[in-house]
Design a protein around this ligand. Structure first.
Ligand code: GLV
Ligand code: MN
Ligand code: MN
Length: 437
């Protein structure tokens, strides 16, 4: 039985049967809020014919979404504060305010072609956990906090998990503030412009534990036929920008062997990355060139410049290092062959992050109590949890997605009951960590 009308839900009057140790979230409200938030930055996606979400960090759309989420936090009775990188926290006090809180959350920015669930499930789900605790009249010893972090996607300012990396102390605040978008706007100016350059120190009080509920964005849970995953860690992520400089020339008159074609060099790099992934030499490497621009971009001109992003993921740090080195050597060889110079720029790099086994066990026990089967999985995507893990015991709850978990496209979709099950598990685990009274 999983509905919130169960007769023993919310009992606080002394010892109760084992089944009453659970708390259930309001699934209808969770869903309707997910759907409402999706309309902020909503657009009609020509490629899929679906409604997508474009809510890049610190844009007007992000500001509007932040406003709505903060309103929901306040309605849930949370005391809201904003830090100097724009991370937002809402606090439900515990009976022992001096004890470190239990933190849950995620992000509400999206990629430019996003869906309704990536990040938002963890934030709106966390607010529902607070509301469920209130509805059940449950007091906890530790405070419970809901957080959302700035620029998790890294799409606008080039560094992913930015807000959580700053709060974890990995990226200095000044460095983060100085990052610019494609138009030259800085993070600091945009924080001020949208009213989220908060007064709170970016290094927050260390939580007792952090749990992030997030859609899986991959096929593991669907293949296993379960709604729930317990995340054991996150694989290494490397983002680099590669600029290849050759020489522009006339397309009709320049002999083939006299060209310094930056576009051709870029194409060879794209193909080599795919070969590396398929070769097995670098373990379970995944490599993607998601952005490739040519200059001067004219039909009848050999391109003088190619700029491409290289996204590599690997569950093994040593193999990631080997892949980066191999690609650098390959690019040097291609450059020599075509008379093209190469300049690498590091955008982001994180090593493999294992999650806390104790918190994983708490989540597993919660799923067991609720009767939700689960599998354990390593995350292929990056998450704020991998940064917060450097500060306190951390783990994640994954929720299965349809269409093999496809994400970062408007096709992203998780069933309402899968979302509800995941957030129920989050609630149950948070209740354990915060110590129900
Ligand atoms: C975050 O969404 C990532 O790129 O993994
Ligand atoms: Mn996400
Ligand atoms: Mn994402």
């Amino acid at each position: 039985m999983t509905d919130s009308s169960r007769p023993d839900n919310g009992r606080t009057d002394g010892p109760a049967p084992a089944t009453s140790l659970t708390v259930r979230i309001d699934r209808e409200r969770l869903w309707s809020n997910l759907m409402a938030l999706k309309e902020i930055g909503g657009y009609d996606d020509a490629a899929t014919g679906l409604r997508g979400v474009r809510r890049l960090a610190l844009t007007d759309e992000d500001a509007e979404a932040r406003g709505l989420v903060v309103e929901w936090m306040r309605e849930a009775g949370l005391a809201v504060r904003v830090d100097r990188i724009g991370n937002v926290y809402g606090r439900r006090e515990g009976t022992a305010p001096n004890l470190p809180c239990v933190l849950m959350g995620s992000h509400i920015d999206t990629v430019a072609t996003g869906g309704a669930f990536d990040g938002t499930l963890g934030v709106l789900g966390a607010i529902e956990v607070v509301r469920a605790l209130d509805a059940a009249g449950i007091r906890t010893r530790r405070a419970v906090e809901v957080g959302f972090f700035t620029e998790e996607e890294g799409v606008r300012f080039g560094t992913d998990m930015l807000g959580s990396a700053v709060t974890a102390g990995r990226i200095p605040l000044d460095h983060a503030h100085a990052l610019t978008d494609a138009a030259g706007a800085t993070v600091a100016d945009e924080l001020v412009r949208i009213g989220y350059h908060g007064p709170e120190p970016e290094i927050r009080p260390v939580p007792h534990a952090y749990i992030e509920c997030h859609i899986e964005q991959g096929p593991i849970l669907a293949d296993a036929g379960v709604d729930i995953g317990i995340v054991t860690g996150v694989q290494a992520i490397s983002w680099q920008r590669l600029t290849l400089d050759g020489a522009a020339a006339h397309a009709g008159t320049t002999p083939i062997d006299a060209r310094h074609d930056a576009g051709l060099a870029a194409a060879e790099v794209v193909v080599e990355i795919r070969r590396m992934c398929e070769s097995g030499e670098f373990g379970r490497l995944r490599g993607t060139v998601g952005n490739l621009t040519l200059d001067p971009a004219q039909t009848n001109v050999v391109p003088s410049r190619a700029v491409l992003t290289v996204d590599q993921r690997n569950p093994d740090d040593t193999l990631m290092t080997a892949a980066e080195k191999h690609l650098a050597d390959f690019v040097a060889t291609v450059g020599t062959r075509h008379g093209v110079t190469a300049t690498w720029e590091r955008m982001a790099k994180t090593n493999v992050v294992p999650f806390d086994t104790g918190v994983q066990d708490v989540i597993a026990a919660a799923a067991d109590r609720l009767g939700h089967p689960y599998v354990k999985a390593v995350s292929g995507a990056g998450h704020d949890a991998q940064e917060i893990a450097a500060t306190c015991p951390t783990a994640m709850v994954f929720v299965a997605g349809e269409h093999a978990g496809i994400s970062h496209t408007p096709r992203e979709y998780s069933r309402p009951d899968a979302c509800g099950n995941g957030v129920d598990v989050l609630a149950e685990a948070i209740l354990t960590l915060a110590e129900r009274l």
